[in-house]
Design a protein around this ligand. Structure first.
Ligand SMILES: [Zn+2]
Length: 497
């Protein structure tokens, strides 16, 4: 949770700021925007502690709400990187008894947050600001600690006199609303939060922050990352804060003020663990290069920048730099040059999935879709069940008019990722391409549902049910799903009145 830490003397000022913000948002957002939010009625309003199943449901609703208000990255390689890093941190310690989901948000702010149900969001701006993978891991470890220590659940307990949806709205506003200017903030204001409850929440979070630092350092050490990366990152951010004027302080620092006490505390804690120098993974540098290419925007400028830095030897990681050049060249349609640079990378790292995907992409762009399919199929044999490869192979198969082969690949991936909108999008296309129109609409309904758009999900299911190609079982299943979505829509409208 991107919880707010306040010193006692600025508490009331901060409280006023939060309230003022919520009220401000409620006054500028039209009511129709509030319609986008789905937070189902969950749990017994008088029941106190939320059960793990309820928390997961709340988490899924939270995630749909995030998708409808923020730019969640769906690039399979990028998603796969942050998931692997997060899972490595989680599996290294004994604290993890609950599910976690890690995702990236395309936003230049230096920020990260943990929502309910173990959903942890990382801003791309944080990744580009870190100077080592351990620094990035340290912020994620801090967020994991918020989840493993049940800070959010404890906060629910603290506000248990409210109904859970109302509490959820407050949390959404506090966790991401302030950063995202999400419509949730408007809803939170509309439900009439009492100042006292927010104050109670804030009182909780200071202790939470200290605990998240302490446990976070332990998580880092348990996963063989450099535990000193946390104080080092804090210290650098602290220095950076001095040069920002108050309006430009990064969001993470606003919510995680770096005081000298905090830096000293975390240095002292990190010292308790043996020193470990850990080299960054190649994937960390590849992700940073990809983000840099996207940030430059102009394809020709990107080529110039990456090429010049390579020639001058100005880079932290040569492969990362060259990979950025390859991507920039592909974007700029300089295919033979891209091929040449990629060959250098593949000679050193023939098994690197990102390089094989780039090779397949090049084949695709140069009119060799068959070659793209065979590159990805070969790679799949060595990496069975791999998520990015499955997605890219499915796309290549679809572009070759082979939807029947793409469908099982995608359905297999869906088993482990039931809310992945990119998979639903591809499945909808694959079903449509193979003449299964109703199935296509059904997948499209799930795409909309998980994107946080209930209205369109309902429409797609209504269309799907009119299909003549349905078995009894299929239409019964769809009708049940439609009923469920309609119910959620009704509850949503009720809350808005
Ligand atoms: Zn925190």
């Amino acid at each position: 949770m991107q919880s707010m830490m306040f010193s006692p003397d600025n508490l009331s000022k901060s409280l006023i700021r939060v309230m003022a913000f919520l009220l401000f948002i409620s006054s500028i957002l039209p009511v129709t925007q509030a319609n986008e939010i789905q937070l189902p009625e969950i749990g017994d309003p008088s029941g106190g502690v939320i059960t793990p199943a309820e928390e997961r449901r709340l988490g899924q609703a939270f995630m749909r709400s995030i998708r409808s208000s923020m730019e969640v990255i769906n690039d399979p390689l990028m998603s796969n990187y942050i998931e692997s890093l997060g899972n490595r941190l989680v599996s290294g310690n004994s604290l993890a008894s609950q599910p976690y989901s890690f995702f990236l948000i395309s936003d230049s702010q230096v920020n990260a947050f943990a929502g309910p149900g173990g959903y942890i969001g990382v801003y791309t701006g944080l990744i580009t600001t870190t100077q080592s993978e351990s620094e990035l891991a340290s912020v994620i470890a801090h967020e994991i600690a918020h989840v493993s220590q049940k800070h959010l659940v404890r906060t629910f307990d603290a506000v248990n006199r409210m109904s859970l949806p109302a509490a959820a709205l407050i949390l959404a506003a506090l966790v991401v609303g302030a950063a995202a200017k999400s419509p949730d903030a408007a809803m939170a204001a509309a439900t009439g939060i009492q100042a006292g409850l927010i104050q109670q929440q804030i009182n909780f979070t200071r202790a939470h922050e200290e605990e998240a630092d302490r446990i976070g350092i332990q998580i880092l050490a348990d996963s063989d990352f450099d535990s000193r990366a946390m104080p080092v990152f804090f210290a650098r951010m602290g220095k950076a804060t001095q040069i920002y004027d108050s309006g430009k302080i990064p969001e993470f620092l606003r919510t995680h003020p770096v005081t000298t006490d905090r830096i000293a505390d975390s240095f002292a804690r990190a010292e308790e663990y043996p020193y470990r120098q850990r080299a960054d993974s190649l994937e960390y540098h590849l992700l940073r290069a990809k983000l840099r290419v996207a940030a430059i925007g102009n394809t020709r400028e990107a080529v110039t920048e990456f090429r010049k830095a390579l020639e001058d030897g100005r880079y932290r990681n040569e492969e990362g730099q060259r990979y950025g050049l390859v991507l920039a060249l592909i974007n700029n349609r300089q295919y033979p040059e891209a091929e040449k640079e990629l060959k250098i990378l593949l000679e050193s790292y023939p098994e690197q999935i990102a390089f094989q995907v780039a090779q397949a992409q090049l084949a695709q762009q140069t009119g060799q879709p068959g070659r793209a399919v065979s590159i990805l199929t070969d790679s799949m044999k060595k990496n069975p069940g791999n998520y990015p490869l499955s997605i890219y192979l499915a796309e290549a198969l679809l572009s070759q008019g082979r939807p029947a082969e793409a469908i099982p690949l995608l359905e297999k991936q869906l088993e482990g990722r039931p809310d992945d909108i990119r998979i639903y999008q591809l499945l909808a296309r694959a079903a449509g391409d193979s003449g299964k129109t109703s199935l296509g609409h059904e997948y499209l309904a799930e795409f909309y549902y998980n994107s946080g758009n209930l209205q369109s999900a309902q429409q797609q299911l209504e269309i799907a049910l009119k299909g003549k190609d349905l078995s009894y079982y299929q239409s019964a299943k769809m009708a049940a799903r439609l009923k469920q979505i309609r119910q959620e829509l009704i509850e949503q409208k009720k809350r808005e009145q």
